[in-house]
Design a protein around this ligand. Structure first.
Ligand code: SAM
Length: 261
């Protein structure tokens, strides 16, 4: 099945995304390694070190972070690791939120292998990024992260508005997402060929789930370019510095950041 978004409603898209991630939850971590040849780990490491969590602690309270579409915990665990090891600062709290309980369950299970002191800095929350629950208050976060999640949202502008609402003035919105390789036509051709033929095939062979991986490739294709997405972030009220984004691996992925004024 090819999922053509043109013809589906937001509710249908949300249901499809739910089905995809429920069916890939168990194989998700392994598949990421296969499909990206392990490179997603380097991108995530770079993303997290660029945010330097724990570098400064707000007086009298921990640094409050929300990892949206946090899935199986890759970003949250790295944020915690960086803060405690690199900055020797355990005074940090990260909520891993995701709309999908199956992905969160895998994340919770993985977190049990962390030291107890780390576990107490983590919470898990089932939440839709487009309509965050009331327990996440206006102007309450220091940092909002979303990694390989936002392209799956049915209503990206709504999610950006929510991000803006819950961040404090001075708080940072940070997104790691697949992007466009348009600047390098030859590399782009090779990359497209890899993603459109190899990824669904790997999905079929490794996870016996061609459709879900076909969806993932198509969702990357449909996601806006670096500059168009930057303009959406600005449109939600964030200020950006420079171009507002940084390409990784020629633009296969990109990091976008915005600050709530
Ligand atoms: N952040 C993790 C990472 O970098 O490995 C997981 C990314 S995974 C590709 C995408 C996640 O987005 C899935 O866990 C999915 O359930 C979640 N998701 C999709 N739509 C969402 C929404 N509207 N609100 C919150 N999470 C959503």
């Amino acid at each position: 099945t090819h999922f053509g978004y043109e013809t589906v409603t937001e509710a249908e898209k949300q249901q499809r995304v739910a089905d995809v991630f429920s069916s890939v939850a168990e194989s998700y971590d392994k598949m990421n390694d296969f499909m990206s040849l392990g490179i997603h780990r380097l991108w995530k490491d770079y993303f997290v070190s660029s945010l330097n969590p724990g570098a400064t602690t707000p007086i009298g309270r921990p640094q409050i972070i929300l990892d949206v579409a946090g899935g199986t915990g890759d970003i949250a665990f790295r944020l915690l690791q960086h803060s405690t090891t690199h900055n020797a600062n355990p005074n940090i709290h990260i909520t891993v939120s995701d709309i999908n309980p199956d992905m969160l369950a895998v994340g919770k299970q993985r977190s049990l292998a962390l030291p107890a002191s780390h576990q107490s800095s983590l919470s898990f929350l089932e939440a839709n990024a487009e309509m965050l629950p009331t327990q996440i208050k206006d102007n309450s976060l220091d940092l909002y992260t979303v990694s390989f999640g936002i392209r799956n949202f049915s209503n990206i502008p709504a999610a950006l508005k929510e991000a803006h609402r819950v961040l404090k003035p001075g708080g940072v919105f940070a997104c790691l997402e697949f992007s466009k390789v348009d600047k390098y036509p030859l590399f782009n051709a090779i990359y497209k060929r890899w993603s459109f033929s190899a990824i669904p095939l790997i999905g079929q062979l490794v996870a016996a789930d061609r459709d879900s991986y076909q969806y993932l490739v198509e969702s990357i294709e449909r996601f806006p370019s670096q500059t168009a997405f930057r303009d959406m972030i600005v449109g939600a009220g964030f200020s950006v510095s420079g171009d507002g984004y940084e390409d990784l691996t020629g633009g296969i992925a990109a990091i976008h950041k915005g600050i709530k004024p």
